[in-house]
Design a protein around this ligand. Structure first.
Ligand code: F6R
Length: 588
């Protein structure tokens, strides 16, 4: 969740590190800090807030030295304070550390360190690593041996980078990503390729427990026992320009608008990859689809689409619940994991558990070099480019596009997705032009306490996803409800002050949902209809274009994303960086 970066090379470290942190800030934005080495001294500067403001206030840019580390934090242990911001130094200021993950046994480790005379300045689990390195180095005097010793004592998932006052930069990982970037003038060690992709596309993805050491002008790699190892250099492909927000006020708005194009990229799958992916799916006795948050909503929608068109029965399971239903899974099962980042801890854990039973793993990811893609027997990519806004928008419709492409293949191309691509792009263009309408609705909804969104069948996962967007971006309570479930309980919440949104384009659910809308209206509530046709029951109406009914989800989510964005602005919330959240949730 936090972002970590280290650099050693011929350039000044601080400006490179600030830029890297800016690009990885979506991973956590509670606090930020930098340490550089100058003339054998470690200089540390850190504070609470976002990269731009803290960096400006503390003058990060002017920090001297060609070696350094940096961090943005998503707090897990210890409040959001300057003291808890990384980097953390040990007692003698000979080593400073930035860490991502959770050291589960930090209490015992800290207790032992305190009893051997170490004093702590923060409440974090991370600070133990700096003191442990200091302690080990006083005994073994060799950084690789010290790393081996320290890592062997850490429990939990971690990735950390340490900088030593003699100018050595080292990093190691276990179940959290850590990638070495090899540029013409030096080395980066980063939690995300975005941390160095502006400088180099040559990367080494470290294996679990690998240790990377940059000493002098060279990079050395070791395994968990301290034996020298070689790892393959990967060329990372990415559209860098797409990570900027261009003329848009926010990344989130840009990413919502980009969907007119990105929705098509997910459908453009390499034929060979698509065939091998579908073959694995077809051979399965049982198929489980897993994901978290938005990606779980894609999983839920996949269940309807696979069932309707490909006649395949699947079971969607939230990744955080997955291990509790493991009893059903065996070597004849297939797990389809959906994840934008490919680094979500709950998803990776599910997949690891499943693999232990011999099940095959398929995945749909946006980042083809991610841990999830690497763990999969076969994967397909969403190809929507970097998604910087913390709330998933274009990656959601991108995941749906891949699901449609897979379904099309499974049903002998009877869906004809390729021939519909242009029509899909222009339908999205049409709904994007409804932005003014969503701004007016945002005015209507901004003072409500609760917002309800109803949908049935394919529209139910969209109701859930629309509600999640409103919750995340606006901090209002929003609830997606299966329209038919209303009378089984939630109707009790409705009164004359309620406003209920109803997703109801013309398809086989249309009449039932219209009846539900009437039931709500007769309790005095106001109704906002999202539909292909107006009806007297709607007090407000968002008119989406008539379309191939199975593809409606791709279209109807867009006005809900726009509404959530504009509601956030009305409520003075930052739509790109919702409070308490981080984009890549790499802790359980
Ligand atoms: C919602 C959102 C989160 C993510 C979830 C899974 O807008 O962004 O709910 O969908 O944390 O993330 P990935 O897809 O990276 O596994």
């Amino acid at each position: 969740m936090c972002s970590i970066i280290g650099y050693k090379g011929a350039s000044y470290a601080a400006p490179l590190i600030i830029e890297s942190l800016r690009r990885m800030e979506y991973r956590g934005y509670d606090s930020v800090g930098i340490a550089t080495i100058d003339a054998g001294n470690i200089l540390v500067s850190k504070g609470v807030g976002k990269v731009a403001e803290v960096s400006r206030a503390l003058g990060f840019q002017k920090m001297p030295g060609q070696i350094g580390i940096g961090h943005t934090r998503w707090a897990t242990h210890g409040g959001i304070t300057n003291a808890n911001a990384h980097p953390h130094e040990a007692c003698t200021s000979k080593v400073a550390v930035v860490h991502n993950g959770i050291i589960e046994n930090y209490r015992e480790l800290k207790r032992d360190l305190i009893s051997s005379g170490h004093s702590f300045k923060s409440e974090t689990d991370s600070e133990v690593i700096a003191h442990m390195l200091e302690e080990s180095l006083s005994v073994v005097q060799d950084k690789v041996k010290a790393f081996v010793k320290v890592c062997s004592k850490l429990k939990g998932a971690y990735a950390f980078v340490a900088v030593f006052s003699d100018g050595t930069l080292c990093g190691s990982r276990y179940d959290e990503p850590l990638i070495v970037g090899l540029s013409n003038d030096g080395y980066f060690i980063s939690s995300d390729v975005l941390g160095f992709l502006q400088y180099t596309d040559k990367a080494i993805f470290l294996d679990n427990k690998d240790i990377a050491v940059v000493a002098g002008e060279n990079l050395y790699l070791y395994d968990s026992d301290g034996n020298a190892v070689r790892r393959e250099i990967t060329q990372v492909a990415w559209e860098l320009g797409a990570a900027d927000k261009g003329a848009y006020a926010h990344h989130t708005l840009k990413e919502i608008h980009e969907q007119r194009k990105t929705v098509l990229s997910g459908m453009d799958q390499n034929e060979k990859d698509l065939i091998s992916f579908c073959d694995i799916l077809l051979q399965a006795k049982s198929v489980y689809i897993t994901g978290s948050g938005t990606s779980y909503h894609s999983a839920l929608l996949a269940k309807y689409i696979f069932a309707k068109l490909a006649k395949i029965r699947t079971e969607p399971i939230l990744s955080s619940e997955f291990q509790y239903v493991l009893d059903f899974i065996d070597k004849d099962s297939v797990i389809l994991a959906i994840s934008q980042s490919g680094e979500t801890a709950d998803v990776l854990n599910s997949v690891k558990h499943a693999k232990e039973t011999g099940a095959k793993v398929l995945s749909i990811v946006n980042i083809s070099t991610s841990s999830l893609a690497r763990l999969s027997d076969s994967f397909l990519t969403v190809n929507c480019g970097p998604e910087v806004g913390v709330a998933a928008t274009k990656s959601f419709t991108g995941q749906l596009s891949v699901i449609y492409a897979v379904t099309d293949r499974l049903c002998g191309y009877s869906l004809g997705i390729v021939s519909k691509k242009q029509a899909i792009a222009s339908a999205i263009e049409d709904v994007l032009s409804l932005e003014d309408n969503t701004i007016k609705l945002a005015d209507l909804l901004k003072d409500l306490r609760d917002i309800y969104i109803l949908g049935k069948s394919l529209h139910y996962p969209i109701a859930l996803e629309g509600a999640l967007k409103i919750k995340e971006l606006t901090y209002l309570h929003a609830e997606g409800i299966a329209a038919g479930e209303l009378k089984h309980g939630p109707l009790a919440l409705i009164d004359e002050n309620s406003i209920v949104m109803v997703i109801n384009p013309r398809d086989n659910t249309f009449n039932d949902v219209l009846s539900n809308a009437h039931e709500i209206k007769s309790r005095g509530a106001k109704i906002i209809g999202i539909s292909t046709e107006p009806d007297e029951v709607y007090d407000h109406f968002i008119n989406i274009p008539n379309f191939d009914s199975i593809l409606y989800p791709l279209i109807e989510i867009v006005p809900l994303q726009l509404l959530a964005y504009h509601l956030a602005l009305k409520k003075n919330a930052d739509p790109d960086y919702p409070r308490n959240l981080a984009k890549s949730v790499t802790v359980k």
